[in-house]
Write a protein that binds this ligand. Structure first.
Ligand code: TRP
Length: 362
């Protein structure tokens, strides 16, 4: 059996550095590793509508933003099928069948859903579509027989629920679906990059994001106003690294080569950290380094985005091709699911023949 990747994002905004270090950069590496036989990356518009049903234009407008972010970060349509969830109706059909295998109380216990219900003030009236989105996410994964699902830690309960549904399906109808494995970011900083204000998470609503599509002026401004150590007032003061966002970002992005180029007084980040803690190193100098490091990462992404932005019809063509490939794969799985569930009446000539024989012999 081949190794197959499926993962995706809700198109509710442009992608930021948190998405980039948490998943996008890894996906590009996985894509280029040549270890995977098939890769599907999904723009989860139907899932996004479960809590944005009253704002369809937001989702509609962000499909292209996410697609541009994917392509400019290095996802290559020759190797990766990028597709739009709602344009693969097979996923909806699977969701309907899987719903029989999940109890309401199990859905209500899903920790990710629980947190999101609180965040959205859905406690007193939860839309059914929102509560059941883990079932739909199981369809997303299993339709492609995904073995590997690169996601952030917050998605682990989704994966657990998917694995349960797969086991229940296979036990009930016979071995058909593949149990997926989560692939987590390889280190902690990348799991959760804080916002520029030092808050736990980058989030559009907090206005603390650096976007992949930000201009270099935007990036400089945002880094210059980043949260550091509030007690580090004079350059000569000893500085603390605890919760110091600039250093957290350097942890996520800086490599030894960067020091040679942009901060030759230090061999590596550890040396710079020591100096900062000792006192005598000002925030501005550290921030300048971070700006250079981020620019090195973001400039090529920005350039590729500018190219793709010139030809939006071509980007939609990429999405269309990816969606066709996704439909073909999901359709095969759906055929197997229907056969296993004994609802493939027209495809099963044995069924028709044997029933004829039964009636003949009456
Ligand atoms: N729930 C994911 C998120 O919010 C997006 C998503 C939808 C997804 N379907 C998926 C991720 C299937 C992995 C696999 O980011």
């Amino acid at each position: 059996m081949g190794k197959i990747i499926l993962t995706g994002d809700r198109p509710t905004g442009r992608l930021h550095l948190g998405h980039y270090v948490g998943s996008l950069r890894r996906r590009v590496e996985l894509q280029n590793s040549g270890e995977y036989d098939e890769i599907y990356i999904m723009i989860a518009d139907a899932q996004a509508l479960t809590d944005n049903f009253d704002n369809p234009d937001k989702i509609r407008d962000n499909i292209i933003e996410v697609a541009l972010d994917y392509l400019s970060a290095g996802l290559d349509p020759a190797k990766t099928n990028i597709f739009i969830q709602s344009a693969v109706p097979e996923l909806t059909e699977l969701t309907f069948y899987y719903s029989n295998l999940v109890t309401l109380s199990r859905l209500e216990r899903n920790p990710t859903v629980k947190t999101e219900i609180q965040l959205r003030n859905f406690e007193t009236s939860i839309p059914v579509g929102f509560l059941t989105y883990p079932i739909s996410q199981t369809s997303d994964i299993t339709a492609f027989k995904a073995t590997t699902v690169p996601v952030g830690e917050d998605q682990l309960p989704m994966l657990e629920q998917a694995r349960e549904i797969v086991r229940k399906f296979n036990a009930t109808y016979g071995e058909t679906l593949v149990e997926p494995q989560a692939l987590l970011p390889d280190n902690k900083i990348c799991s959760r990059l804080p916002g520029t204000d030092g808050k736990a998470k980058m989030s559009k609503s907090l206005g603390n994001c650096i976007y992949l599509s930000d201009t270099s002026e935007d990036v400089s401004k945002k880094v210059m106003s980043m949260f550091t150590d509030p007690n580090h007032l004079k350059v000569s003061d000893p500085g603390s690294l605890e919760g110091n966002t600039v250093f957290t970002y350097l942890d996520a992005f800086a490599r030894d080569e960067h020091f040679e180029k942009y901060a030759p007084d230090y061999k590596n980040l550890d040396e710079m950290k020591e100096h900062y803690q000792r006192g005598g190193l000002g925030d501005v100098k550290v921030k300048r380094l971070l700006i250079n490091v981020l620019e090195e990462e973001l400039a090529p992404i920005r350039e590729r985005r500018a190219q793709f932005q010139k030809d939006i019809p071509a980007v939609y063509e990429i999405l269309k091709k990816g969606t066709e490939a996704a439909r073909a794969k999901a359709g095969q799985t759906l055929d197997e699911v229907r056969a296993a569930m004994r609802i493939n009446y027209f495809e099963d000539s044995e069924l028709i023949k044997s029933q004829q024989e039964k009636f003949n012999s009456l």
